[in-house]
Design a protein around this ligand. Structure first.
Ligand code: SF4
Length: 273
């Protein structure tokens, strides 16, 4: 992928705030059309291939078949997710841009803490999420000026105030777009079924929210849809740090030690992104 060469199409707070107000009561297709018009090929849909991401890919592709889609491939995703990426490619002709974690950092982390470090301690889980998700996302976003995420306000308390257009200060001021912010889960599924959109097979096996294989399980009837994410943890946010900064004072020094001299080429400084 090409490095940043052109002038970036960033917005200031005032512009973004005005756009957020203007688009707040608009449907996802109108928000996507605005973003495509504004950012062109500097826009990317970031998808982990959950239902929301699949719906957004379909909506955006209908507006612009050349829409860019990217994903953070943590290396621990379920096989069903990889199969879905292929099905999306077959249906839409979209080659998902894959951003992987830095090999050296992963090697150091799993050598020191083991492959399944996340089950032992919240801070080790957050460390793994930083290495496998947050740092690759930071690198990915150097290739975009606007990124689209499938966040919805009713998914979790930390998401209840998201705006459809925001400046993403954790990632150099790129513009973050959440066209589905005010949609419900039912509306997403209605759209998927009405348009025959490929979706992850795990939804049919009791998984209402899908992340990495070892950190996601099916939920029981009546449980919160995100209860299957990091289900062994109590009191920790059901977030990985990609969509909101997490600071615990526990994993940061370990991350800084792992990054060491590798930090520069990752675009990171050891702080949470
Ligand atoms: S979800 Fe689990 S396996 Fe995936 S990056 Fe986070 S801790 Fe690691």
């Amino acid at each position: 992928m090409e490095a940043q060469t052109e002038e970036r199409l960033l917005m200031d707070e005032l512009e973004a705030g005005e756009a957020a107000v203007e688009l707040d009561d608009k449907g996802p297709q109108e928000v996507l059309a605005w973003a495509i018009e504004k950012f062109g090929r500097r826009l990317g849909i970031c998808s982990s291939f959950q239902a929301e991401g699949c719906a957004l890919i379909d909506m955006a592709w209908r507006i612009d078949p050349g829409i860019r889609v990217f994903t953070i491939d943590t290396g621990r995703q379920p096989e069903e997710t990889y199969r879905l990426i292929d099905r999306i490619r077959d249906k839409y002709g979209i080659r998902t841009e894959m951003f992987l974690p830095d090999t050296k950092i992963v090697e150091q982390m799993v050598t020191k803490h083991g492959n399944n470090l996340f089950y032992r301690d919240v801070n080790l889980r957050l460390l793994c999420c930083q290495v496998r998700k947050v740092l690759p996302l930071r690198r990915a976003l150097m290739h975009f000026d606007g990124w689209v995420a499938g966040l919805r306000r009713d998914q979790w308390a930390t998401r209840s105030n998201i705006r459809k257009i925001e400046i993403d200060h954790d990632h150099g001021g790129v513009v973050k777009i959440a066209p589905l912010a005010d949609w419900t889960e039912d509306e997403v599924w209605e759209y998927i079924r009405a348009n025959d959109i490929p979706y992850n097979e795990l939804y049919g096996k009791g998984y209402p929210s899908i992340g990495c294989g070892p950190c996601t399980r099916p939920v029981k009837a009546g449980e919160d849809p995100r209860a299957g994410r990091w289900w062994w943890e109590t009191g920790a946010p059901k977030e990985c740090g990609m969509h909101c900064s997490i600071e615990t004072g526990g994993f940061e020094h370990e991350l800084a030690a792992l990054l060491g001299n590798n930090g520069a080429h990752l675009g990171g400084n050891g702080n949470n992104g």
